[in-house]
Ligand binder design. Structure first.
Ligand code: ATP
Length: 453
């Protein structure tokens, strides 16, 4: 039961402290958002789930965390300087600027048809590096995390003695000077990506491409974005990026429409070839320019033939922020209760919930109840399950409603009976069922419920 509109989600995010507009007190900066107390937990949990599935649970993937500022030669040879652009048009009447492929023949702001011819607008942010502004010492903020993986290919290979197939995973910030950032955190100018570059022998690329498509669909389902909420779009040849032989886009029905959540591309031997010296000797299938700047050969020597071989690469590339939006949208529900009242809840998977358990003292000024509640909070926190929250509103009904709305799977209420028999009430988010549990058994109970979702 996803949200009916983006406004509903935006309002929840602001009200409960998931996501705020960046620099809001100065009027905001367009296309930039800040994650608040609960948003930071949700986002970290989603990234941790990705890292677990893509690195820890596999035996053929290594991790990486490369710099965000990137040498301009990297983005020159990757093709980004020349081709990483969107078509820009200006409205001659009201001077607004638009992406030509996102509007019809008229200006969406004033309706005028007097638009300039589209011209390519490069999306990369450029910045000065070092104290001298001579125009030569510049770098780019990376527009994707992938290039840091390609440029470190040899370092990782030398350090780990990997053989094909193997992958390198990375997650972190990427920056694109989008012409028209919009739809909340869907299209922003600073966002996070979770990318895997999985290197395979040429010829095995198509099978691995299909493998990763299936594997990623499964992963999204485990995050609460079920298969039926996603459409697999096979990008037609004329729409493919310059490096791609084939791409599947996972299209999700966001509140504003069906758009890309993740792209799974077959990047062939393009990137490693483009960053290699002596590309002419490497039997590349991709068309790359001879590279005079690189000092390395990003290839493996074939043991049988002794020839250099540049692996193909399959790239599942997902947006963290779009993931947060999809997960929240799927989890969002407004329920009508028997009493006629309604409640809003986020049915987040427990591993993604920002708060795992809230502990609520029935009376916030009752010394004994408060002492018990504090102890129980501390004991649960020590289990290392994630954030356990001490909720001191003293109004249990209000506390339950607040925690339903932010997706807390369980509330533990400490009351007068706790003083007598050291038991607590556990109230579950989805069923609203309440059970009495001895506090000595609470840790195991909570662990079990969080694990089974
Ligand atoms: P779009 O067509 O929507 O602009 P893209 O095809 O340019 O996206 P990719 O280059 O494939 O996107 O980037 C991989 C992933 O990074 C996307 O699937 C998306 O989840 C995320 N992403 C890309 N651009 C943005 C952005 N401006 N804001 C938030 N996430 C983004």
């Amino acid at each position: 039961m996803p949200a009916k509109s983006m406004e509903e989600l935006v309002s929840l995010c602001k009200r409960r402290g998931f996501i705020f507009q960046s620099s809001e007190i100065y009027g905001g900066l367009q296309g930039l958002y800040d994650y608040g107390p609960l948003g930071v937990e949700l986002k970290r949990n989603l990234k941790a789930a990705w890292w677990r599935a893509m690195v820890h649970e596999r035996d053929d993937v290594e991790g990486l965390d490369a710099a965000l500022l990137t040498h301009h030669q990297v983005l020159r040879h990757s093709g980004h300087e020349d081709t990483f652009s969107d078509p820009l048009v200006d409205c001659r009447r009201c001077r607004s600027r638009w992406r030509a492929d996102q509007i019809g023949g008229a200006c969406p702001a004033c309706g005028a048809k007097e638009l300039t011819e589209p011209r390519p607008f490069n999306l990369m942010f450029k910045t000065t590096v070092g104290p001298v502004e001579d125009g030569a010492s510049f770098a780019y903020l990376r527009p994707e995390t992938a290039q840091g993986i390609f440029t470190n290919f040899k370092n990782v290979l030398d350090a780990t003695s990997r053989r094909l197939p193997f992958g390198i995973a990375q997650m972190g910030k990427a920056f694109r000077n989008e012409i028209t950032p919009r739809n909340f955190i869907f299209r922003t100018r600073e966002f996070e990506q979770m990318e895997l570059e999985f290197f395979v022998a040429p010829g095995e690329d198509e099978a691995w491409h299909r493998h990763w498509l299936e594997s990623r669909l499964e992963w999204w389902a485990a995050q609460g974005v079920p298969r039926q909420a996603l459409r697999v779009y096979e990008v037609p040849p004329e729409e493919l990026a310059h490096y791609s032989k084939a791409t599947y886009d996972l299209m999700y029905r966001f509140p504003h429409g069906v758009e890309e959540l993740e792209g799974i591309a077959n990047r062939t031997d393009f990137d490693l070839g483009a960053h290699s010296k002596d590309a002419a000797d490497l039997n590349l299938s991709a068309q790359v320019e001879e590279n005079q700047d690189s000092t390395a050969r990003l290839a493996l020597r074939d043991e049988a033939s002794g020839e250099w071989r540049v692996p193909y690469v399959i790239e599942p590339s997902a947006g963290v922020d779009r993931g947060v939006l999809a997960v929240m949208n799927e989890a969002y529900a407004v329920q009508e209760l028997d009493s006629g009242a309604t409640r809003t809840l986020l049915r987040l998977k427990p591993h993604l919930a920002p708060i795992k358990v809230a502990v609520l003292p029935l009376k916030r000024n009752h010394e004994n109840i408060v002492a018990n509640a504090r102890r129980i909070k501390r004991d649960l926190q020590a289990l290392g399950l994630g954030r356990v929250f001490y909720e001191h509103t003293g109004n249990i009904g209000k506390g339950y409603r607040r925690h339903d709305e932010v997706g807390t799977p369980m509330c533990v209420t400490v009351d007068f009976q706790t003083i007598d028999d050291d038991s607590v009430t556990v109230r579950e988010r989805d069923s609203m069922a309440q059970v009495r549990v001895p506090s000595a058994a609470l840790g195991d109970f909570v662990k079990e419920r969080l694990a089974t979702g």
